[in-house]
Design a binder for this molecule. Structure first.
Ligand code: 5AD
Length: 482
């Protein structure tokens, strides 16, 4: 059987999609190659969110073509994911050696298409069409070899985005928002837990919009589900009111209902999710942190800018005051919560004053971690056509200035852990130094310590001895049972 190598660019959603494709191909008998050398099929799962990500994948393909075409002309080469979706046929016009272009709603067709290409029945395949129900097809996980048991897993709960932030290409690459059903997601989580997974991260472009679209039925596919109806033992929860801060009774949002349902899975130790949106961040979600012990104290809440004027131009749908208010409530519910964010600098029309408001927001909120992005013009997005595009030099300069503030705050916040004892879930050997192990605190900080394979998958207490750049170093305080 052929071997396949998949290289992934971009976000956790892409990692998850690649894993689902790999699992699908492995089930058909493919072997998974550790690199492109010698692989019969080479797939690049691409990202379009910034131009840099697209250029990286394009350059990689040019190199792969140069390496393979001379000596191994039969190797099948493909692009899949976001850039495949947004560029389609154009990719083959530009790089005629590419055989397959697979869009974001077609991952489940990978095995069929590869078979046709490998058998020579078709020469080129481009499929970037929309497909109803494709949100429920990202479900296969790679079976765990016993030696390398996965401790953590991603579960895709929805696809697409309807927010249309003016800078963002995602609504065009991922399509309309579509959610899987609660029973379907819970079944996948249960399966993972039965294989030894202890921490699950629920994934979606905007998880706080989960189940909100009018055309979404939460009943399993194939049943006569009404709009928004929840079936099975989850049904009752629709009737369980959550108390809002005003004391009135209110229904829980579908996302919080999903958290409740996943939280009941026996053996699951930790639940995370990414990413929520400030617009849909209701009090029921804040209360969930206080109520659900397995929902760990971490929130990745993208803010993008500290200036209300820029937030409006970005079409974000909230103000700085609203954002800060959410953070305050989260910290009131969970004082140790870790807060991370995404920030864009150099959005069209961003003045020095706007940028300084972003700096002041960073100081006010004191993020534990922030991912800073220089604004990148994306095709067909409204912001790409806006006046006052900011010169690259100013984008780079603001990036640097914000980075300094973020790093200084993070240094203080990470430093505050030194001397404290904290719980980690051990994930595996450290990438930088495989002789050491890494785990994560509940608040999402990476802890490196001297340990061994036998600690993998354990929840253990470590004493923090040192803080590095976005990393803590620890000493096991209690070495579990063994
Ligand atoms: N330019 C720069 N950064 C962007 N992001 C999304 N679109 C762009 C763009 N056009 C950033 C946002 C988002 C993160 C995943 O990528 O901060 O939250």
């Amino acid at each position: 059987m052929p071997s396949v190598y998949i290289k992934t660019y971009g976000c956790q959603m892409n990692e998850r999609d690649s894993e689902a494709v790999a699992a699908q191909l492995e089930a058909k008998g493919y072997t998974l190659a550790p690199s492109e050398a010698g692989a019969d099929v080479i797939l690049l799962n691409t990202c379009s969110v910034r131009d840099f990500a697209e250029q990286k994948a394009l350059n990689k393909m040019v190199n792969v073509i140069a390496e393979t075409r001379r000596n191994r002309p039969d190797v099948v080469l493909g692009f899949m994911g976001c850039m495949a979706q947004s560029r389609g046929q154009e990719l083959i016009d530009r790089l005629p050696d590419v055989d397959l272009v697979l869009g974001t709603q077609k991952f489940h067709r990978a095995a069929d298409y590869l078979e046709e290409l490998l058998a020579g029945r078709r020469e080129k395949i481009v499929d970037v069409a929309a497909e109803r129900g494709s949100e429920a097809t990202i479900r296969e996980h790679l079976p765990n070899g016993s030696a390398k048991k996965s401790v953590t897993a991603f579960v895709s709960i929805m696809q697409g985005c309807n927010q249309y932030c003016t800078f963002c290409i995602v609504p065009y690459t991922r399509g309309e928002e579509r959610s899987r059903t609660i029973p379907d997601i819970v079944a996948e989580c249960r399966q993972l837990v039965s294989q030894g997974v202890r921490e699950i991260t629920l994934l979606g472009q905007i998880v706080t919009s989960y189940g909100k679209r009018g055309n979404v039925s939460l009943a399993p596919r194939g049943t006569s589900g009404e709009r928004g109806r929840v079936t099975g033992n989850v049904e009752n929860r629709l009737l369980t009111p959550a108390l809002s801060s005003f004391g009135e009774e209110r229904e829980k949002t579908p996302f919080v209902q999903l958290l409740d349902a996943v939280h009941e899975i026996e053996g699951l130790e930790r639940i995370r999710f990414t990413s929520p949106h400030p617009k849909g961040y209701g009090d029921d979600l804040i209360e969930a942190y206080a109520r659900l012990p397995r929902l760990v104290e971490h929130a990745h809440l993208p803010v993008q800018s500290g200036s209300d004027r820029v937030l409006k131009l970005m079409h974000r749908g909230y103000t700085r005051t609203r954002y800060v208010g959410i953070i305050e409530k989260l910290r009131r519910a969970k004082p140790d919560i870790g807060i991370s964010t995404d920030i864009i600098v150099g959005f069209p029309g961003e003045t020095e004053d706007d940028f300084e408001q972003t700096l002041s927001l960073a100081r006010e909120v004191e993020f534990d971690q922030a991912y800073i992005f220089k604004y990148s013009q994306r095709r067909d997005t409204p912001a790409a056509e806006m006046p006052d595009q900011i010169p690259q030099k100013i984008r780079a300069d603001r990036n640097q200035r914000l980075l300094e503030v973020i790093n200084e705050i993070a240094k203080r916040r990470y430093g505050a852990f030194v001397g404290r004892q904290t719980q980690i879930l051990v994930e595996g050997p450290s990438k930088k130094n495989p002789a050491r192990m890494t785990g994560r605190t509940r608040c999402n900080k990476i802890v490196v310590f001297d340990g061994s394979e036998r600690h993998r998958g354990q929840l253990m207490d470590v004493k923090i001895t040192r803080a590095g750049s976005f990393t803590l170093y620890g000493d096991p305080a209690i070495l579990g049972e063994d």
